[in-house]
Ligand binder design. Structure first.
Ligand SMILES: O=C(O)c1cccc(C(=O)CC[C@H]2O[C@@H](n3cnc4c(=O)[nH]cnc43)[C@H](O)[C@@H]2O)c1
Length: 225
């Protein structure tokens, strides 16, 4: 059973199931999955996963949504990627959390500061099955507002895509011991606010095509990659 999450219902129009409400947002109980709308931003993503996991065991979780592509990533609107590692870039100083001396998370004897891996086995298995590129995602509660800001972030942290939830989801999965993976479809060039450059419907259609084999049960239960 998958726990699927997306920031908005606009990213999940292709899902079918029994509707319910969770934390005041939408949810669906489908065949082989539960989907939750988390709301935009880091806190919403983390609290939705944690609140659900507090009431129901979660075998594996998949966060999906649209994202911006950084300059130099080679990614275009409609491209779909798996995020193998997330950077929480608005945590600590401009250089991250390490200068403050306190890790964001300690689990399994490892201290995490600004970089949080998604589940490597599950990510590898999905990458093989779906033929997807694995990239580094960057997360802030803010969005890049000009190409210069986007370029600086991408260069500083070695990231290819930008979102507002990924690192929070990855950190929550690590903290809760939930195997988590993240699928993002590119909707826009990061740092470009002109919505004329955005291709949200194209990105959502790409999400539908990418998730279809998983929703169709093509991803055998228990396969960890
Ligand atoms: O108005 C703007 O300039 C603007 C810039 C970036 C994103 C937004 C949104 O309202 C979408 C936020 C929503 O979608 C994800 N997303 C999509 N593209 C980006 C991006 O370039 N940078 C950050 N987040 C992005 C995000 O995860 C949210 O769920 C508006």
């Amino acid at each position: 059973m998958w726990l699927l999450l997306s920031p908005t219902v606009l990213e999940a129009p292709f899902l079918r199931g029994e509707p319910f409400s969770f934390l005041g947002r939408k949810g669906l109980r489908g065949e082989g999955f539960v989907w939750l709308e988390t709301g935009i931003g880091k806190v919403n993503a983390a609290l939705t996963l944690a609140a659900w996991a507090s009431q129901d065991s979660v075998e594996k979780a998949l966060l999906f949504g649209i994202a911006g592509a950084y300059p130099g990533s080679g990614l275009l609107p409609g491209d779909v990627v798996l995020v193998g590692e997330e950077v929480e870039a608005d945590l600590g100083t401009q250089e991250g959390l390490k200068p403050l001396g306190f890790p964001a998370l300690e689990v399994g004897g490892k201290a995490y500061y600004n970089r949080f891996p998604l589940d490597p086995g599950l990510t590898r298995a999905l990458a093989r099955m779906l033929g997807l590129r694995v990239v580094v995602g960057l997360t802030r509660d803010r969005v890049s507002e000009n190409p210069g800001e986007a370029e600086a972030l991408a260069s500083r942290w070695g990231a290819q895509v930008e979102s507002m939830e990924g690192a929070a989801f990855a950190r929550a999965c690590l903290a809760l011991g939930i195997p988590g993976v993240e699928v993002r479809a590119i909707s826009n060039p990061a740092g470009v606010r002109d919505k004329g450059a955005w291709r949200i419907p194209l990105a959502v259609r790409a999400l539908e095509g990418t998730l279809a084999p998983i929703l169709g049960g093509a991803f055998p239960e228990g396969l960890q990659g």
